[in-house]
Write a protein that binds this ligand. Structure first.
Ligand code: F6P
Length: 486
């Protein structure tokens, strides 16, 4: 395939922009989430056709116009093809199957004695929602491939497990790659799903030439479940899975960020203004967390751990506080709105117990405000990431890049980022709240020289393993596959 600019097809549920109509004019807003941010880097270096779901009413109008050229503001342009799914089908796809089922399964979020119940409603949502939306995506990809059969296709994430098989049936020689951005659980956990569903997930993924993960831990689990559930012949040394006469390469490419973009952003007017605001009210020592309000992020236990820390360290009262910048997420799903309420309840409880003389231990800021997050990245003394499970966790890579206080990263052993950053962080078990309280103490009282040495090592690692390295690694996989096929 050679180096230089390439034509690529990217397929993800969320697109790089979403459209709205304001004062009778169409406006494009940046799509939310870490995946979209990372993939925008791909668009800067290659000619990308991006296929995504139409989410807003205006997106549907755009979808009806066919492929549109959209500028992404960083000098790059994407060919955007929005797919307008049936609205009821999309609701089942996103709000019943993708998030409460697949996301919960892959992050081990159920309490199996009580949830989930696989009932007729879920089965309908699967057939008339998840399957249909995947068919819609596959149709759009197949049409693009008819015009340019050689173009490699990059599927992203758990929304699209069925699409690769459907595309493969129509374009047997297509070059297909799939990046799974979330953890892959152990094989037995997949047995919560009825056989037809769990097999369809694995069968769909195994239609790809490349299947990639952020961490080796997820790759090994995938190879095990491809073997145990789908009967694929898996090689755990060369990391390949042979299935129905085809070979899939199973690779690991930890996603990263663009360090230059963050360093520039840190000096932007919007961030400096947010930072001035934060500096005025910051405590002597600031513990920061930045999360979507997702049960996998373990925010409630995080507050409990901080409570235990405050219980044991009266000298910290009035001096140490936690700021939680929380982005409300997936609020049409009851499990998510209930979790958001639990977060607020828990913060309130800790504050009611300890606050005095104007000092409040926990401040929750509930908004999607990237400049405010970057300002807080500059100011933290401890960054607290205690996720139950997390495919990667980009916050733990972004924040150290711009931090100006030699802050310490407290990181869950179950975040994909731990595989890379483990030597330089304070490790926590996400369920052990007493251990998290001790970790907070250790981080808050770490000697200056050790703090500096740790954060500099993290920065050097992220600068070397940046977003360009992530993208190049995937293209190299594709080159290996196309060399093998031709
Ligand atoms: O990695 C999982 C992911 O899909 C990310 O791409 C994204 O940041 C996040 O989940 C947000 O999900 P949603 O698109 O449901 O808001």
């Amino acid at each position: 395939m050679g180096t230089g600019r390439r034509h690529l097809i990217v397929v993800s549920n969320r697109g790089p922009v979403t459209y709205a109509r304001e004062d009778d004019e169409r406006v494009a807003r940046r799509g939310a989430g870490g995946l979209v941010t990372a993939l925008r880097g791909l668009v800067a270096h290659h000619d990308v056709t991006w296929i995504a779901s139409a989410m807003s009413d205006e997106d549907r109008v755009v979808a009806a116009e066919g492929v549109v050229e959209e500028s992404l503001g960083n000098g790059s342009t994407v060919r955007l093809r929005l797919v307008a799914h049936d609205e009821v089908a999309y609701d089942w796809f996103y709000n019943v199957v993708s998030n409460p089922m697949l996301w919960f399964l892959q992050h081990y979020l159920w309490e199996l004695a009580y949830t989930p119940t696989v009932d007729i409603a879920l089965k309908h949502a699967w057939t008339d929602g998840y399957v249909r939306v995947n068919e819609g995506f596959a149709e759009a990809v197949a049409e693009e491939l008819e015009a340019e059969p050689e173009t490699p296709v990059f599927f992203h994430d758990y929304h699209l497990y069925l699409a690769p098989r459907l595309v493969r049936e129509r374009a047997p020689d297509a070059l297909l790659a799939h990046f799974v951005h979330i953890p892959w659980p152990q094989p037995d956990y997949w047995h919560v799903l009825p056989e037809g569903m769990r097999l369809a997930v694995h069968d769909g993924l195994l239609a790809n030439d490349v299947i990639a993960f952020h961490a080796d831990r997820w790759r090994i689990n995938f190879l095990r479940s491809a073997r145990d559930l789908a009967g694929a012949e898996c090689n755990f040394v060369d990391y390949v899975a042979d299935y129905h006469g085809r070979r899939s390469v199973v690779s690991v490419h930890p996603i990263s960020v663009d360090p230059v973009e963050f360093e520039e952003l840190a000096q932007s007017e919007a961030v400096l203004a947010a930072e001035r605001d934060l500096v005025e009210r910051r405590p002597e020592q600031l513990i920061l967390r930045v999360d979507r309000t997702d049960p996998s992020k373990n925010i409630v236990r995080g507050f409990r751990a901080f409570e235990l820390y405050l219980e044991a360290h009266e000298d910290a009262h009035g001096r140490v506080a936690m700021i939680a910048l929380l982005d409300p997420s997936r609020q049409d799903i009851p499990e998510y709105s209930e979790y958001l309420a639990a977060i607020q309840r828990e913060a309130r409880r800790v504050n009611d117990r300890f606050q005095h003389n104007g000092w409040m231990p926990v401040e929750i800021v509930m908004e999607d405000n990237f400049p405010a997050a970057v300002a807080a990245y500059k100011q933290f003394d401890v960054l607290f990431v205690n996720a139950i499970f997390d495919g990667m966790n980009l916050v733990s890579k972004e924040a150290p890049l711009v931090n100006e206080r030699d802050g310490v990263i407290v990181l869950s052993e179950n975040a994909g980022a731990f595989e890379e950053l483990g030597d330089w962080v304070v490790c926590v078990n996400p369920f052990d709240v007493a251990g998290q309280a001790e970790a907070l103490d250790r981080a808050l009282s770490m000697p200056a020289a050790e703090r500096r040495q740790r954060i500099e090592a993290i920065r050097a690692h992220v600068r070397e393993h940046d977003i360009v390295a992530w993208i190049e690694g995937q293209l190299e996989d594709l080159d290996r596959c196309s060399a093998h096929i031709t």
